[in-house]
Structures are given as structure tokens and as C-alpha cells.
Design a protein around this ligand. Structure first.
Ligand code: SF4
Length: 375
């Protein structure tokens, strides 16, 4: 174990690490300036548990019912060598698939180790690329790897990579329903972002075998239940826009080493479990440890990060609670009290606040004129 891994393990404490997945990477890249989330995700911290023990639980994650329904639907689509999926690819998407082989990468001869599965994934994908065959190949749960903040992370994808004539297509199976041709927009948007993460990871893997980017299609196949039945339907979704954003945001993530450099060497989010598995560390002590790492709260965190209520509490009274746009517009003024003081003239601006103060006073004057308020 190298020094970075050992520090991350100390930060996580005596619990098994949580793995990254496409959802966590998509959420991380939606706020690339947040060191707190970057450190926690790199260390594999269970953020939901940590948020709950520090006094700010957030309702994240799928219900047991949704997980069971999702697993059952996925099993149905993949049953009998993916017979249902092949029917969809042929009928709905017009893919001519003369013959198909199926490789299950959930384990390698019973070994479910991540490294073993990743090596097997690489080797099977390379073989498919180099075979030059027109036959299709389905790869169930290929284990991909991606560099995130300078560190490799494994992706446990819930997908099938489908190769036909040397070109790969990512297939994403989701259990939310498509009713009368329409699905929940937020759920589709989340599925598109997650699929973009897989497309990117698959391209990175194939680049190692000298394959060009277009060896992985820009369009992913989304499979969902149709109407109120469990019958699957499929649609092609273009992920080019999400790929561009993802690549830009991944490039903006600071390296974990540089983030660790400015943190105390003894920092840990360990809950201090006693022999009965009950956390013995006080919530206040945990919060102090969490606040050691800089956050970059924005209202969007409420939809994407388990630490959101704690970070929102910490950011109370600061301009970031009003949204990224407002915070950026106000530049050097970071407290709402200062904004109000500068707007009504009760606070004298510092040199770097003069321009923003002028705009705030003008806005306050306009507001008074509109509402008829006295100055
Ligand atoms: S909720 Fe907190 S830790 Fe999570 S991304 Fe937002 S600021 Fe960062």
C-alpha cells in the first residue's frame, strides 16, 4: 500500500470502502471544486452513514422495493443468454445480428476480485476488437476502470457492452417505466449521464488497444419496462453533450495527492465503533473533522450528495446558498449580511468590493422605486 492509499484508509476508518459507480462519478464531476466530496469518494467513505452520525441524515439511495424491482427486471432482460435484449436490438433498433456470443464477467471462474475481473474484461474486449468478426458479442457486467482525480477507480457497471462488427454499444437497463412513449425526464437525464461515464471508461480501455474513440458508439441503448407491464422496450440516446461535460469536469478535478497535502495528517472520519458496533465518537467531533476539508456547497448538492444537509448548514448566511451564479456574480463578497449592508449603504466596501457594491446599491434603489419603499 502506498502513502496515499494508507492516508485514505486512515481517513475512511475501520469500515469497508464504498466503491465508485457511474452515479458517484457523475455527481463528483458536477461539483469538481469540492475537495470534501473528492476526498470522501477517493477514500471510499460511506457518506450517507457519516452524514447521519454527524446529525444531518439525508434521504439518498433507492428503496429496497426499487432495488428488488430493478434486479428482477434486469434478470428478465438478461435471461436465456439475453434473448429479450437481442429481440429489442433486432426489432426496435434495426441492428442486423446474425449470431451472438455471450460473456459473463460477473466473476472469473468463481473469483469476483475487481482486479481479476478487470483483467478478464480487458482481455475479452481486446479479443473482440481484434477478431474482425461480424458476429455480435454481449459482455455482461464488464469491469471498467477510470482515472478520477489522478487515481484509478473501478466501475461496477450495471450494463452490457455490445460489440458488433468491431463497434461497441453501451446498453443500460433501468427499471423506471416508459408510459405512452414518455419517461420521467430527471430519471432519463441521470441515466444518460451515467451511460456517458461508461462510454468514456470503455473508450479509455480500448484506447489502450490502439482503438479510436468511435470504436464506442455515441449513442447508448436504454432499456426500460413499457407502460404498466414488465415488457422491455428500448431507445437510442445520444450522449455526446454529456461526454463533453464529463471530460471537461474530470480534467478539472484536483489530484487527490494535492488535496491530502493541505489536510492534517491525523484526519479521520472513523466513527470509533465500540465492541457492540455502536459509534463512540461524538457528532460534534465528527463534524469538526468533516469541516477540516473545504467544501463548495451549491443548491444542486441537494440532489446529488449525501452530505448536502450538513454542508448547507455550514454554508448558512453565505452567498453560495443562493446558487453558483449569484456567488460568482458577487465575487469577493461571500456573506449575505455583507451583501445587504453594501446594498443599503450601511457598510463601506473594501477596494475589491467597490464595483459589486455600486451594482448592489443601484439594484436596491431600483427595488425601492418599484415597491415605493422609502430610502
Ligand atoms: S454536499 Fe458538500 S460534500 Fe457534497 S458536493 Fe456539496 S459541498 Fe461537496
Amino acid at each position: 500500500m502506498n502513502a496515499v492509499e494508507s492516508r485514505l484508509e486512515h481517513i475512511r476508518g475501520r469500515v469497508a470502502p464504498k466503491s465508485h459507480n457511474a452515479r458517484t462519478i457523475a455527481a463528483l464531476t458536477s461539483n469538481p471544486g469540492c475537495a470534501r466530496r473528492a476526498i470522501m469518494d477517493a477514500a471510499g467513505v460511506d457518506k450517507q452513514r457519516l452524514a447521519a452520525y454527524s446529525g444531518f441524515p439525508a434521504p439518498f439511495g433507492q428503496s429496497q422495493f426499487a432495488i428488488t424491482r430493478g434486479n428482477a427486471f434486469e434478470a428478465q432482460v438478461k435471461a436465456n443468454g439475453c434473448a429479450e435484449l437481442l429481440r429489442l436490438l433486432r426489432e426496435h433498433l434495426g441492428l442486423s445480428i446474425p449470431e451472438v456470443s455471450y460473456d459473463d464477467l460477473n466473476d472469473v471462474g468463481g473469483n469476483t476480485g475487481l482486479v481479476v475481473r478487470h483483467v478478464r474484461t480487458r482481455s475479452l474486449l481486446a479479443r473482440a476488437v481484434n477478431s474482425g468478426s461480424d458476429a455480435g458479442t454481449l459482455f455482461d457486467h464488464p469491469l471498467l476502470r477510470l482515472q478520477v482525480a489522478g487515481r484509478p477507480v473501478f466501475l461496477e457497471p450495471d450494463l452490457i457492452a455490445f460489440q458488433l462488427g468491431g463497434r461497441f454499444h453501451v446498453v443500460e437497463i433501468k427499471s423506471f417505466a416508459v408510459i405512452d412513449g414518455q419517461a420521467d425526464g430527471d430519471k432519463v437525464a441521470a441515466a444518460v449521464i451515467q451511460s456517458a461515464v461508461y462510454v468514456h471508461a470503455l473508450r479509455e480501455l480500448l484506447a489502450g488497444h490502439g482503438m479510436a474513440e468511435d470504436a464506442v458508439a455515441d449513442e447508448v441503448v436504454l432499456v426500460c419496462p413499457e407502460n404498466f407491464s414488465n415488457a422491455p422496450t428500448a431507445a437510442l440516446l445520444d450522449v455526446r453533450k454529456q461526454l463533453t461535460v464529463l471530460r471537461r469536469q474530470l480534467a478539472r478535478l484536483a489530484s487527490i495527492e494535492s488535496l491530502l497535502d493541505v489536510l492534517p495528517a491525523d484526519l479521520t472520519f472513523d466513527l470509533g465503533m465500540d465492541d457492540d458496533g455502536v459509534p463512540s465518537r461524538s457528532p460534534a467531533e465528527l463534524r469538526d473533522a468533516i469541516f477540516t476539508v473545504d467544501a463548495r456547497y451549491a443548491p444542486e448538492c441537494l440532489a446529488s450528495c449525501e452530505m448536502c444537509f450538513l454542508c448547507r448548514h455550514e454554508a448558512q448566511g453565505r452567498t453560495e446558498t443562493l446558487g453558483r451564479e449569484v456567488r460568482d456574480e458577487l465575487g469577493a463578497i461571500d456573506s449575505i449580511a455583507a451583501v445587504l449592508g453594501l446594498a443599503d449603504g450601511t457598510l463601506a466596501p473594501a477596494d475589491d468590493q467597490a464595483e459589486a457594491a455600486g451594482l448592489l446599491r443601484a439594484a436596491a434603489r431600483l427595488r425601492r422605486e418599484c415597491t415605493g419603499e422609502a430610502a
